[in-house]
Design a protein around this ligand. Structure first.
Ligand code: NAD
Length: 728
């Protein structure tokens, strides 16, 4: 296998082309790095070579490091394996940077430039940063940056050290700490790359053949180098680091080890010479990689998310790519589903009971596209093309030729049954009918269908255009082709699917409702609401339970509570919760949409703080629980429900349970998801905590049989359920 090839021109330019076979995007493996190392040695040693250009044979430069390789380094060699692997990369990139020059006189090096045709991410930017000049094509679609922080690590192949020294800590911060990506022109304006060129290879070739010796010496290798913005002990630099430290802690609540380690690598690295700084970066990178959080984040947010998107759980059925979708109901959800479908190039028939309602649903797409145009993220042509794909009508006959229907009418069995029948009278015999219900059992709704094996749940989250997860629900009679169709549709609209079995609230809502309820229940008990909200955030939940219920609306909570109580009768366990929610709804405090809920808001909708009236009704008790007790209640309310979903067979794959939790309701992403979190705790400790919670707070925390059994056998979720799925 050859990832890199070299062609030497008569003019003295050696062009090294990166083109990993059988992949649409270049990713760096350790073998690939060894090949590049050999070619660099050869070019530096060859007297006929005057300069070197590193480019790509693909439309993009590179997507980054192969994260499977990083996982492998850790699993095979432990901390030493990671450190040695990273130092190998540092040596290679430092060799490129020094390019054969005498380290004392800084003379005698050969110019090396990078030519980026398109996207350059992660190591795909760290490698160019080690060259002497970076040329990028004027390609608006190209993304340039260091997104490592998004999967729980940080740029560990010199990117952290080089970018900080190139831009200064303050200017480098958004690219390192937030993983901000830029197009080539913006990357040039920020000083990340050096030139935007029509033909970057030609420009780079020209540059390497004409560069002077001084052009090759990086500022940090020159005498008297000072970091832009000041080093940590410089008065200006000092302020940067104090501010950055506070900002990182505020944003991460201290639960993301990578952000803290990144800051340490930058801070400590800034005080020592460059080669020492690289070693410090490698140590902190190893530290982060050995932290269970980074492994769990890489596993869920990269490896397993991608596996699910590629159809890990797709039944063996022919291609089911959707050509024409009928969306029934043009309300909030239907309008969003029509938009994401048309954006994916699918023809859409958007139906509502009244023409105005159908038109209003279509105008949602117009509004989103106009906003994108005003932000220069779209064009008038794209808008015309997308809107041209959406037909808004009341006429069911327009559904003829639809190979998929997604129903999003009122949450009412009767209304849903009626539109199911009307649509099935028109659509082809092999079309698939999907419902977007959030609370009604799929198997029940399928009774209205003449073809229950072609009936399925495709459950979107609101707002549809932003939320990445789609839950696919199999009814009792749903067949494999319907599952394949739903998965192919989700792939087309570029979202992440999980496939679950039919049960009350499916998977995501089943776990999130107990989280909200536990928070509300504590308010009724007199726990300080500030403690409740902060306890959740200090566990890495993006929203506390009270803010979350304000966002989703209190009347929705009331509606769900009433329906659940009706279905469960005497077994209904949440009366204490209802008391609070029903009272707020009676007060007209419906959450964000009414600018009043658990929180107070100003007229512009800005959240001000917890509403004072809450304490008047539910006084704060003199004695408050420990932070850990509140955190355990909030986290176990969710995770025990996830375990029950697995135990009952609603979830068939823990990968879906973890990925779905993070993308669906923001479950503490640092943990990798509820099953990864339980594995970090260990089943024994987890069972001990749930036993304690049961004793103090009641049966809702009862340890599931599965968890008890795993505790007794000393098993982990990924040990017991992970391998078997991967092998399948
Ligand atoms: P909505 O009230 O905004 O929209 C429903 C639309 O259906 C309305 O425009 C209505 O005119 C139309 N409609 C009603 N009867 C019809 C008929 N016979 N023929 C054609 N159109 C008809 O509701 P929504 O929030 O978009 O929810 C729709 C569905 O999606 C529900 O089943 C709901 O449970 C589900 N859902 C909602 C959310 C959410 O956050 N709102 C999330 C996931 C799923």
């Amino acid at each position: 296998m050859t990832d890199f090839t070299m062609e030497k021109g008569a003019d003295g330019a050696a062009i090294i082309t990166w083109d990993v076979p059988n992949k649409s995007m270049n990713v760096l493996s350790l073998d690939g790095a060894a090949e590049l190392n050999r070619l660099i040695d050869e070019a530096l040693a060859d007297e006929a070579v005057k300069g070197i250009v590193i480019t790509s044979g693909k439309k993009d430069f590179a997507g980054g490091m192969d994260l499977n390789v990083i996982a492998g380094m850790k699993n095979n060699g432990g901390a030493q394996g990671v450190f040695d692997g990273v130092m190998t990369l540092h040596h290679l990139l430092r060799k490129i940077e020094r390019a054969g020059m005498d380290p004392k006189t800084l003379k005698g090096g050969k110019p090396i430039a990078a030519a980026l045709p398109g996207t350059a991410l992660g190591i795909g930017l760290e490698l160019p940063l080690s060259t002497h000049r970076i040329f990028a094509a004027d390609n608006l679609k190209a993304k340039i940056g260091l997104p490592e922080i998004m999967v729980g690590i940080f740029p560990g192949a010199g990117g952290t050290t080089r970018l900080t020294r190139k831009l200064g800590a303050m200017m480098a911060a958004p690219f390192l700490l937030e993983g901000k990506l830029s197009d080539p022109k913006k990357a040039k304006a920020a000083g990340i790359i050096d030139e935007v060129a029509e033909d970057p290879v030609a420009a780079a070739r020209d540059w390497v053949l004409n560069a002077k010796e001084a052009d090759l010496v990086k500022p940090w290798d020159q005498k008297g180098y000072k970091m832009p913005g000041g080093e940590p002990f410089h008065p200006a630099g000092f302020m940067t680091f104090v501010g950055a430290s506070a900002m990182v802690h505020g944003k991460t609540m201290g639960v993301y080890p990578a952000a803290k380690a990144l800051l340490s690598a930058v801070y400590e690295g800034a005080m020592v010479p460059f080669d020492q700084a690289l070693k410090i970066e490698a140590r902190w990178f190893t530290n982060v990689l050995m932290n269970p959080s980074s492994g769990a984040m890489i596993r869920s947010l990269f490896i397993n998310k991608e596996a699910l998107e590629k159809g890990a759980n797709r039944p063996d059925a022919p291609d089911q790519t959707v050509k024409k979708v009928g969306v029934l109901g043009a309300g909030m959800m239907g309008a969003g589903i029509a938009y994401v479908s048309a954006m994916a190039g699918i023809e859409v028939v958007l139906i509502d009971a009244k023409q105005e309602a159908a038109d209003k649903g279509k105008s949602y797409s117009t509004a989103l596209l106009d906003k994108a145009i005003s932000r220069k993220k779209s064009t008038e042509e794209k808008k015309a093309e997308v809107l041209g794909l959406i037909t808004a009508t009341t006429d069911y006959a327009a559904l003829s030729g639809c190979d998929l229907i997604v129903e999003a009418v009122f949450e009412d069995t009767g209304v849903k049954a009626e539109v199911t029948k009307k649509a099935e009278a028109v659509i082809p015999a092999d079309a698939i009918f999907a419902t977007n219900t959030s609370t009604l059992p799929i198997s029940e709704l399928a009774k209205a269908s003449a073809r229950p094996e072609q009936f399925i749940g495709i459950h979107f989250f609101s707002p549809v255009d932003k939320m990445l997860l789609v839950e696919i629900i199999k009814g009792a009679k749903t067949g494999p082709v319907a599952v394949a169709k739903a998965l192919d549709f989700v792939r087309q609209i570029r979202k992440t699917p999980i496939v679950v079995n039919d049960a009350r609230f499916f998977y995501a809502n089943r776990c999130i409702i107990p989280y909200i309820n536990e928070g509300v229940r504590m308010v009724a008990e007199g726990v300080n609401p500030v403690l409740i909200e902060n306890a959740a955030k200090l566990m890495g939940m993006p929203l506390g339970p009270l803010q979350l219920v304000d966002e989703t609306s209190i009347d929705l909570g009331v509606k769900i509570a009433k329906a659940t109580r009706a279905a469960m009768g005497d077994a209904y366990p949440d009366s204490a919760v209802d008391e609070v929610l029903f009272w707020l709804a009676d007060e007209g405090r419906l959450g964000r949409k009414s600018n009043s809920g658990f929180y107070a808001y100003d007229d512009a909708g800005k959240r001000l703080g917890l509403w004072e009236g809450l304490e008047a009704k539910y006084p704060i008790a003199d004695e408050q629980p420990d932070l850990t007790e509140v955190q355990h209640r909030l986290m176990f309310a969710q995770t025990l429900e996830a375990v029950r979903a697995l135990e009952e067979g609603v979830l068939e794959d823990i990968r879906e349970g973890d990925v779905g939790a993070i993308l669906g309701w923001g479950f503490a992403p640092w943990s990798g998801g509820p099953f990864s979190w339980l594995d970090m705790l260990g089943a024994g400790r987890a069972a001990e905590i749930s036993d304690g919670l049961t004793e103090r707070h009641g049966a809702r925390f009862e340890t599931p049989k599965l968890l008890r059994e795993m505790a007794q056998k000393g098993e982990s979720f990924y040990g017991r359920f992970g391998q078997q799925k991967q092998a399948a």
